[in-house]
Design a protein around this ligand. Structure first.
Ligand code: GSH
Length: 107
């Protein structure tokens, strides 16, 4: 299970939520409320996960991943994008990348 420590207004956490949604991955929300009267990002329990007291933090199968960019790379490695059956080069050509058939014929 993936657990994401985050709060709604955090743009760094938003990137991670978008990646989770794009990959259609189920995840548990662990809200870290930074409100002035709460400061949950400085709770001793949370600081054990993220000593800098920042969100987001992802926990997956006991692994703690910090820094939004690192989390995005982790998700890409562990849950790579699904590809359809075609080889990658064929896929790319079908999308209009690479030399097209007509260009090959004309040159
Ligand atoms: N480089 C970090 C930045 C994380 C960051 O600055 N998070 C902010 C929210 S966007 C935060 O936790 N702020 C709480 C605080 O400063 O106490 C990342 O991308 O994960």
């Amino acid at each position: 299970m993936l657990a994401l420590y985050h709060f709604d207004r955090s743009t760094a956490a938003q990137k991670v939520r978008l990646a989770l949604a794009e990959k259609n991955l189920p995840w548990e929300s662990r809200c870290v409320d930074p409100a002035l009267d709460k400061h949950q990002q400085h709770d001793p329990e949370y600081l054990k996960l993220n000593p800098r007291g920042l969100v987001p933090t992802l926990v997956h199968e006991g692994r703690v991943v910090r820094e939004s960019q690192v989390i995005l790379e982790y998700l890409e490695d562990v849950f790579p994008p699904r590809r359809c059956g075609l080889p990658i080069r064929l896929n790319a050509r079908a999308c209009g990348y690479g030399p097209s058939w007509s260009m090959k014929v004309c040159t």
